[in-house]
Design a protein around this ligand. Structure first.
Ligand code: GLY
Length: 325
């Protein structure tokens, strides 16, 4: 189906849901719906400045690959990058020196898979996909998740790099095991992709809050908080202080706001507003990105310093986000 036809069907009749044309990045007259020229498909958006990850995802999409494959391949790039100390191998450890990883993935049919607190496995996004596709479950934790990964062919390896170990040892000298919120960097990678068929998938992968208490899990692997996809509407994903995203079920909220007619940008701003409305947000960062069925995107954060990377037509653009403060 041609993209233009697809958008028209989706917005006006295909889903049976009354979405505002403006919210979908479309203009409308009596007889036609026209896609804005910046809403071309396919495209991928990710939290932070991660051009290698979005490029890897784009290559999948550009070969008519699925958004799900694009998400997995894109996230794997950051998980393998030891210089990214918030994701995968090289991630900062918990306060006991253990690197524990969280990840989740959602496909276009609304299926979901996730792993929490998994050690020694570099690619939790791929384990999450296997949980989704090859088990009757959606969420696996700790040793069981690691055992499942190894039985599925993943090779266990030490994820604590010398750089992260040294920083952790420095941190221990001053922290007294009382990490102050958002002093530590935790740049979770959330990624949303829409393929040439207009189908949306998403993923989220992180080593979580640096020097967290052992066993702490943030928003990233939790459906509706760190990630939510509704392929009739769009998707959203989060980065930053997971506790605050969890308390507001941020990604589900943003998708539901888009369902009610808000644009991805408006929905992200409202998601952030729900957090700042509670007050006491000086010491942590949260940011959201979102995408709708027309490929329109949004991104917004509490504080400056957040950016999103979009790859469209094979070109990476890093977009500095507006913020509440
Ligand atoms: N957003 C990642 C975390 O809080 O663990």
């Amino acid at each position: 189906m041609k993209r233009r036809t697809f958008i028209k069907n989706t917005t006006l009749s295909g889903t049976g849901i009354a979405l505002g044309a403006a919210a979908l990045g479309c203009t409308e007259n009596k007889n036609t719906t026209t896609v804005n020229k910046d809403a071309s498909l396919p495209l991928v958006i990710a939290t932070w400045n991660v051009p290698n990850a979005t490029e890897a995802a784009w290559h999948v999409l550009n070969k008519q690959g699925s958004s799900l494959d694009a998400i997995e391949q894109g996230c794997r790039v950051e998980e393998a990058d030891v210089d990214n100390q918030s994701v995968g191998k090289g991630g900062r450890p918990d306060r006991d020196g253990k690197v524990t990883l969280d990840a989740c993935i959602m496909d276009t049919a609304g299926n979901y898979g996730a792993v929490v607190c998994v050690q020694n496995i570099k690619h939790p996004i791929s384990v999450a996909r296997k949980v989704m596709e090859e088990t009757p479950h959606v969420l696996m934790a700790g040793k069981g998740a690691e055992q499942f990964a190894i039985e599925s062919g993943f090779k266990p390896e030490n994820l604590l790099t010398e750089a992260s170990k040294q920083q952790w040892e420095e941190w221990k000298k001053t922290s007294k095991y009382e990490p102050i919120i958002n002093i530590e960097n935790h740049d979770t990678i959330g990624m949303l992709a829409i393929d040439t068929n207009g189908n949306i998938a998403g993923g989220c992968t992180t080593s979580g809050l640096a020097y967290k208490m052992a066993g702490r899990v943030g928003d990233s692997p939790i459906i509706g908080s760190g990630l939510f996809i509704d392929n009739e509407i769009g998707g959203a994903t989060a980065t930053g202080m997971g506790e605050e995203v969890l308390k507001t079920v941020g990604s589900f909220l943003i998708v539901e706001l888009m369902r009610q007619g808000k644009s991805p940008q408006q929905a992200c701003e409202e998601g952030i507003r729900r957090i700042v409305a509670k007050g006491n947000y000086d010491n942590f960062q949260v940011a959201y990105i979102a995408m709708n069925k027309a490929g329109a995107t949004g991104y917004y954060s509490i504080h400056p310093g957040f950016s999103a990377t979009i790859n469209k037509n094979g070109e990476n653009m890093n977009h500095i986000s507006n913020s509440h403060t």
